[in-house]
Ligand binder design. Structure first.
Ligand code: FAD
Length: 518
């Protein structure tokens, strides 16, 4: 029976797509192997979906898609891979919201992380009111974490702009948004992780326990293990938000006010910013989820009237609840008096906390109905040191992107580096304050993708030539030399962690950092 089982496994694998025959006798338990193989799906519809991502730029088919029901299944899959003479690669896939194939596994196995949370495999979002934390499965969407914690009047402190992405996916990068200036990125708000390593071990880690894996996995681009649980700190949730946009035509005033706001402990609870190049105003959409058509018309007049190449907005949010409802307007007014936006160009909305946090989800619905969601997204996200942000703005907004056709969004907002933990794998510029700049553009018309890619290359080239010292966020580098430069002083640590926790280099191959061992 044992031999027959192995034959079945071997036969299945050869039809799965030449993953390599398991070394007979090496498997400790062929029944376990059979159970694993039965969770690998090779139907075209599933492998096709796992062959691409939100970016729609890279395509590569896996041999199969694995549907785990528990973290132990993922560990068994990895051990099963390691039993092969040539191990197959394994990529955890959250929602595949990467832009450049980071969650793909060409010729390997994609782990469909949402399968962990499906069916009756137990609750994978557990709030501890006493501990002020939530234990959450790596496959969970931040949107669901929000709703589960709000039932207890609690909330995580730091949010990405979009909530339909997974906990494991954002913690493998950093998880940034408008609360980072105060609380650090999402990775700075994690107390403990469960990780299945590339050696097939299931390890619980924290700052005091297996700390090298804990710090390595946070921002680790999926290179050292699969995050199956994270313990995330919570605070009391506000009920409502004063959501504000303030317009500027002078980039120096815009950044000066942003930096004032991120140094001001009692001001906004959230600070971001956007750059709206003039053509975006004159030719872009005639209303947005924030601005009415009349407001956009006023902003266009402002841009054209002053001859500025762009209008800049600070986006701020001030939280409040029943206790502070009577004072929030006065507090907001006092804060706005300190700032130098164009007089008459402050726009204030009142929203529930959930509406505010889920604002991009609402935008997604509109883009989907307009057929503008499932299009290529050659996004480029950069961390730019504060000392060079004006050189960057002059070179990129007034140079590379001058006159470009409007197709998407440009974000720009500062963060305090002391809220980041340098032991984590994410890299940032080496300055107290740096800016996140997101060129979040979509290719909607023929020729857009090539043009946007050329503009991205030109922006990166400009940073290199001018020695601006940018670091990519959600990084993509085509060569290992590029990755070495990206990680800089952290490279040796990254390589050592890889040798310890994924020595055959099977995990998250789509990042292209380490070639798989043969
Ligand atoms: P995937 O794309 O599925 O995976 C990303 C990488 O992580 C892959 O290499 C994958 O193998 C690995 N991975 C996935 N799950 C795990 C796991 N459990 N353990 C270990 N490795 C894993 N990011 C921000 O920081 N701030 C934002 O404001 C923000 N806004 C966004 C808005 C939109 C509309 C979109 C599409 C993305 C946005 N992102 C933002 C980027 C987002 O954080 C990344 O796409 C991230 O990768 C999460 O997406 P995902 O969960 O689908 O991960």
């Amino acid at each position: 029976a044992r031999f027959a089982t192995l034959l079945v496994v071997t036969g299945f694998l050869s039809t799965v797509g030449h993953l390599g025959a398991p070394a007979f006798g090496a498997l400790d338990d062929d029944l376990v192997a059979l159970d694993i193989v039965s969770k690998i799906h090779t139907d075209r519809s599933l492998t096709a979906r796992a062959s691409s991502d939100f970016g729609h730029i890279v395509e590569a088919a896996p041999n199969g898609v694995f549907h785990p029901v528990s973290p132990a299944d993922i560990a068994a899959l990895i051990r099963f891979s390691l039993y092969q003479q040539t191990p197959f690669t394994v990529a955890p896939r959250g929602k595949g919201h990467s832009s450049r194939g980071q969650a793909l596994a060409p010729g390997g196995i994609v782990v469909d992380m949402p399968s962990l949370g499906r069916g009756d495999h137990g609750h994978r979002v557990n709030v501890s009111i006493d501990g002020m934390y939530v234990d959450v499965g790596g496959e969970q969407l931040w949107f669901d974490v929000l709703h589960a914690t709000l039932k207890h009047g609690l909330t995580p402190r730091v949010w990405t702009d979009y909530l339909r992405i997974t906990v494991g996916g954002t913690l493998s990068n950093a998880g940034i948004g408008g609360q980072v200036f105060r609380h650090g990125p999402q990775i700075s708000n994690v107390r403990e992780l469960d990780v299945v390593t590339g050696t097939g071990d299931m390890i619980t880690c924290s700052p005091g326990n297996n700390s090298d894996l804990f710090y390595g996995a946070l921002g680790g681009l999926g290179q050292f293990g699969v995050i199956t649980r994270a313990r995330v700190g919570l605070e009391r949730a506000p009920k409502r938000v004063k959501w504000v946009r303030l317009a500027y035509t002078d980039v120096h005033q815009f950044t000066a006010d942003q930096e004032l706001l991120i140094s001001n402990g009692a001001g906004f609870d959230y600070v971001e910013g956007q750059v709206q190049l003039n053509r975006t105003l004159t030719e872009g959409r005639r209303s947005s989820s924030f601005f009415s058509a009349a407001e956009l018309a006023r902003l266009t007049e402002l841009a054209l009237g002053t001859g500025s190449s762009a209008v800049y907005y600070i986006e701020g949010a001030m939280y409040y609840d029943d206790g502070s409802a009577s004072t929030v307007d006065r507090k907001l007014e006092a804060l706005l008096e300190e700032l130098s936006f164009v007089p008459g160009f402050a726009f204030v909305r009142d929203a529930s906390y959930v509406q505010f946090l889920d604002r991009v989800g609402q935008e997604e619905q509109k883009l989907r109905s307009a057929g503008a969601w499932d299009v290529p997204h050659p996004w480029l996200n950069l961390f730019v040191p504060r000392s060079r942000i004006h050189d960057f703005a002059a070179g990129v907004f007034d140079g590379v992107l001058r006159g470009t056709r409007p197709v998407g969004l440009i974000l720009m907002y500062p963060m305090n580096r002391d809220r980041w933990d340098d032991r984590m794998t994410t890299v940032t510029p080496d300055e107290d304050v740096f800016y996140a700049v997101g060129l979040l553009r979509s290719a909607v018309a023929a020729g857009d993708l090539e043009r946007l890619e050329r503009e991205n290359e030109a922006a990166l080239g400009l940073c290199d030539r001018a020695g601006i010292g940018c670091k990519q966020y959600l990084p993509h580098h085509a060569s290992q030399e590029g990755w070495r430069r990206h990680f800089g002083a952290k490279w040796d640590r990254v390589a050592a962690l890889k040798a310890t926790y994924d020595p055959r280099a099977i995990l998250s191959p789509g990042q292209g950092i380490f070639p798989a061992a043969v």
